[in-house]
Design a binder for this molecule. Structure first.
Ligand SMILES: Cc1ncc(COP(=O)(O)O)c(C=O)c1O
Length: 460
């Protein structure tokens, strides 16, 4: 089924084509087929609009990425102008393009000191697979070829490639695909609300960090290549580490000569109130992965930033760095990313979450803690999780088959607010341009969705 440009297809035609031919990511196909996809037609600022004309406040900035909001003409123009001038050229055979070179330079300027060698890709998954190979290559160059094991965390999300999905700590993403690969290990995460067991957060943070040391000892430090983690675990449910956690992790990595890779795909570009989540938690990683906010999702682009320790060794390698993709440093995507970074700088969006609207966001989201369904509200920067439980006192979650989070998500979207459900945690990661009135709307609609969930599922 196709349609011509002159006669745009109706929403029903789009749904029918989608249903017949389009396999969506992370979807139970038959479930979607029964229901039919909501067709999103356009967007402006913090709002998306579907083909029924319904206006929905996008509390997830797309998929944690549209940091500068929708409808930025400057970004469309940057793509248009670059595509007219040079829509594509590769960087394989000793050529470069101005946007790729400028973007690499700009990133080196805004990244933590010393993170100054950049490898471009198109997605977070690709970048994490690139980093895995680069880390293996590094240890080969260092004459320590046995240092090849990766340690990451349960509920960590690093993507869907063979390596990045192996880093990801989610069983439902492993079992159907016979993953993880060998040499990928997972430790518990600093999820105080779920596993803190009456300890204070600081004490629990140290315990959780020391699971890394135990795992290193089990594998043998001489075989461990790197520890891989998001500053705040995003897709795992906005798991915000206790304050003691990261400094202890850093100490352990240094002590055992283990590289530290920070996956900043969500946390980068202002999400936590600084350019980088690493700044918020005072982490000094060896490598940073970034994607999403790099172009605010306007075009696909991602990157790995290597600090001096790894970057200098890779740079000096005598043989070819035999890795790269057709669209590494794609000029149009790089031009859009550059313009996006200019917007973030000009409007101070890198620190907006640390400013008055950020404070207001966290204060107002916190008021939802009094709702009978809510066990904990967690916030940092412009990230929030509202975790729903059956028993507030014991933190007992609802059984999966009650579909509490799913129900709340559906009611929320129907009510005009995109919240995501991770298990039964309702997640928010709004565009960094939100204003106080958006915060008020988010809180009002989130409360309505919570009330609606109690009513619909007849919860006590
Ligand atoms: C922390 C993190 N790393 C990696 C990825 C994978 O990125 P992509 O979906 O662009 O492959 C994601 C996606 O959500 C992510 O949140």
């Amino acid at each position: 089924m196709t349609s011509s440009k002159e006669t745009p297809p109706s929403a029903d035609t789009i749904r029918a084509m989608d249903d017949r031919h389009h396999l969506h990511p992370f979807t139970v196909f038959r479930e979607l087929s029964d229901k039919g996809a909501r067709v999103i037609e356009r967007a402006e600022g913090c709002y998306i609009y579907d083909t029924d004309g319904k206006r929905i406040l996008d509390g997830m900035a797309g998929l944690w990425c549209v940091n500068v909001g929708y409808g930025r003409e400057r970004l469309a123009r940057a793509a248009y102008e670059q595509m007219q001038k040079l829509p594509y050229y590769n960087t394989f055979f000793q050529t470069t393009t101005a946007p790729a070179a400028e973007l690499a330079g700009k990133l080196a300027e805004i990244l933590p000191d010393g993170m100054d060698r950049i490898i471009f890709n198109n997605s977070g998954s690709e970048t994490n697979d690139t980093i895995i190979k680069t880390v293996w290559y590094y240890w080969n160059l260092m004459g320590k070829p046995e240092k090849k094991h990766f340690i990451s965390r349960t509920l960590g999300y690093h993507g869907v490639g063979l390596g990045s999905a192996s880093l990801t700590g989610m069983k439902f993403m492993h079992t159907p695909f016979d993953l993880p690969l060998e040499r990928f290990h997972h430790i518990g995460n600093p999820y105080w609300f779920a596993s803190g067991e009456g300890r204070d957060p600081g004490e629990f943070g140290l315990i959780a960090a020391r699971w890394l040391e135990a795992k290193i000892k089990e594998i043998g430090a001489d075989r461990v290549a790197a520890f891989y983690a998001e500053p705040i675990q995003g897709a795992g449910g906005v798991i915000i580490p206790p304050e003691t956690y990261w400094s202890e992790i850093q100490r352990i990595c240094r002590k055992h000569d283990i590289l530290l890779v920070a996956d900043e795909v969500i946390c980068g570009f202002g999400r936590t109130g600084n350019w980088w989540g690493c700044e918020t938690y005072d982490i000094q990683p060896d490598i940073i992965a970034m994607a999403k906010g790099l172009s605010s999702g306007y075009l696909p682009i991602s990157a790995a930033a290597l600090g001096r320790r790894v970057g200098d060794v890779i740079w000096a390698g005598e043989s070819e760095y035999a890795h790269g993709v057709t669209y590494s440093g794609h000029p149009a995507a790089a031009a859009v990313a550059l313009e996006n970074i200019r917007i973030i700088e000009e409007e101070g969006l890198y620190s907006a979450a640390a400013g008055p609207v950020g404070t207001y966001f966290r204060e107002q989201i916190a008021t939802l803690a009094d709702h009978p369904l809510v066990g904990e509200v967690r916030t940092q920067g412009f990230l929030a999780a509202i975790e729903l439980v059956e028993d507030k006192a014991t933190r007992r979650p609802y059984p999966n088959d009650r579909k509490v989070g799913y129900t709340c998500r559906e009611l929320s979207i129907d009510g005009g607010l995109v919240m995501r459900a991770v298990r039964d945690a309702m997640i928010l990661s709004p565009p960094l341009i939100i204003e106080r009135h958006h915060v008020d709307e988010i809180v009002e609609k989130a409360r309505q969705a919570l009330d609606g969930t109690v009513e619909k599922l007849k919860l006590p």
